[in-house]
Design a protein around this ligand. Structure first.
Ligand code: PGA
Length: 241
């Protein structure tokens, strides 16, 4: 199982102290086979990766520029630069960035660049509320997958995160039957070589009881609740109870 913490624009050097609880939790639960990946803002990747050395926790970034090389892109960093400061994973295609104008094509370039840099990709897809109401979910997911992964043959470095846009930060999660339908659709689309599939959107220590029963999921992408080490640990604990 994957537990990916997406900190979004949250945290400073002091905040990292709270991770000691998670490190301790992992040490005390040696049997825990899960992958725990923290994706903090870029400012914390280096200090976090140092702190997590000799632990089972890993570090990821939240986005990057699509260029493989340095360039005149004020305010940007590319995948290679993130890798060089300790990132092993990267979230790409997050709906908060799609809403700011990221297209499938741009996301495709970013995925290619990040793969080249040696990062594993957490590729986010998901429909908006309007698309859901218009029964367009499958169509939207197919388009995001086809365009986002265009001409990427080797998908072994890709992890999918199904995140309905309307569930992110809202406290709402899909009905189990709808979630199963969407995830099954994604699985069928890939066939035998389907990447791991995570669910993201308002995962918390209450609704995890319902979500953990959906056994076609390989883990969770957790935003708000991952900012508290206690809530994050509760989610992990409950998944195995
Ligand atoms: P949330 O965010 O858990 O706060 O809804 C999830 C995400 O944006 O990845």
């Amino acid at each position: 199982m994957y537990f990916v913490a997406n900190w979004k624009m949250f945290g400073d050097l002091k905040t990292l102290n709270s991770l000691d609880n998670v490190i301790k939790f992992c040490k005390n639960n040696k049997k825990l086979k899960s992958k725990i990946i923290y994706c903090p803002p870029n400012t914390l990747i280096r200090p976090l990766s140092r702190r997590l050395k000799k632990t089972k926790l890993e570090v990821g970034a939240q986005n990057c520029h699509e260029s493989d090389n340095y360039g005149a892109y004020t305010g940007s960093v590319n995948a290679k630069m993130l890798k060089s400061v300790g990132a092993k994973y990267i979230i790409l295609g997050h709906s908060e960035n799609r809403q700011l104008g990221e297209t499938d094509k741009l996301i495709n370039s970013k995925i290619k660049s990040a793969t080249k840099a040696g990062l594993k990709i957490i590729f986010c897809i998901g429909e908006t509320l309007k698309e859901k109401r218009n029964k367009k979910t499958k169509q939207v997911l197919a388009k995001q997958i086809n365009n986002g992964l265009q001409s990427i043959r080797n998908k072994s470095k890709i992890i999918l995160a199904y995140e309905p846009v309307w569930s992110i930060g809202t406290g709402l999660i899909p009905k189990s039957e709808d979630l199963i339908k969407s995830v099954s659709f994604i699985k069928d689309k890939f066939g035998k070589k389907c990447p791991k599939i995570l669910y993201g959107g308002s995962v918390n220590s209450n609704n995890i009881d319902q979500l953990k029963d959906i056994n076609i999921l390989d883990g969770f992408l957790i935003g708000g609740a991952s900012q508290s080490s206690k809530k994050f640990i509760d989610i992990i604990k409950k998944t195995f109870n």
